[in-house]
Ligand binder design. Sequence first.
Ligand code: NDP
Length: 328
Amino acid sequence: MKTLNKPLNNIQMSEIQKTKCLIIGSGPAGYTAAIYAARADMSPVLYQGMQPGGQLTTTNEVENFPGYPEGITGPDMMVQLEAQAKRFETDVRFGFINKVDFSGDVHKCWADDGTEIHADTVIISTGASAKYLGLESEQKYLKMGGGVSACAVCDGFFYRGQETIIVGAGDSACEEAHYLSKLCSKVTMLVRRDEFRASRIMAERVKNTDNIEILFNTDTIEVLGDGQGVTGALVKNNKTGEEKTVNATGFFVAIGHKPNTDIFKGQINLDETGYIEYEQAGTSKTNVAGVFVAGDAADKTYRQAITAAGTGCMAALDAERYLAAKGH
Ligand code: NDP
């Protein structure tokens, strides 16, 4: 169903498209929602977002998703999920939604190319993005592509045989430190407290890797560089006050994520950290009728591919029931 508005002027023309189900985001949550919604004849439209495939495209080996006894790479899994969604004729679109208006019965959303979409139901599966320390020097080398990264799997290749630093002490930091240790001559891990947050198995793996040095109670004061790229970091022991320089050509940050929910501010209920709040526990319902959420945009506890996929399924089923109750 498509209706074309009158041209605003000679060169601009906006198009309003109607859909029963708009899915925003293309991680395991979005694609699973699409598979279920498409098989329920809801003809979903899915916008892939800024990072098609989501965070898993930056993960190397996924060993804990049931059904892959030998493991699978994150990018390969996302290619398969996309193919499965398309097999049932999901309209998968490259692009992102940058504005929404959930004030009416029909949910209005706008894509980056100007397309206006009126959706009976919306499934938000926009996930979360990597956090950075916020140091000026970090941002400088990040923006110039000079050696700061939040994705070891994406960028570790460039530092083969070199020394790298990784900040963080969670499962992500441990996983990425271990990944880097296989490529780099040495990895220095900067942990701000005197213990890991990561699960014991991940922390032990890091501790038992010869070329990973762990500096506990250590903060980054500044990312050091020669103007072209990173040369190391000035770090400080927050117990003793001792400062020292750690040499490295790559500075990796693995300190958690921020939910990608900025466009929903003022439209649906978010908690103080920006995660979308469920209206009703055990469902995917938000406080706006017809708008559902799946995956990391609402999950600060589990944040796993399998839990994202599970909530994607829930969101599609909830959307289908919502439409049925409205007589669609
Ligand atoms: P987490 O929130 O679990 O950990 C973030 C880490 O970064 C913490 O150790 C935190 O320190 C540290 N940190 C935060 N801010 C700063 C800062 N400004 N300076 C220095 N250090 C900082 O995030 P993760 O991304 O590691 O994990 C997210 C979720 O995903 C978790 O539930 C995790 O279990 C899961 N996960 C599972 C994996 C797997 O099972 N294969 C792989 C990766 C993630 P502090 O501890 O002091 O707060």
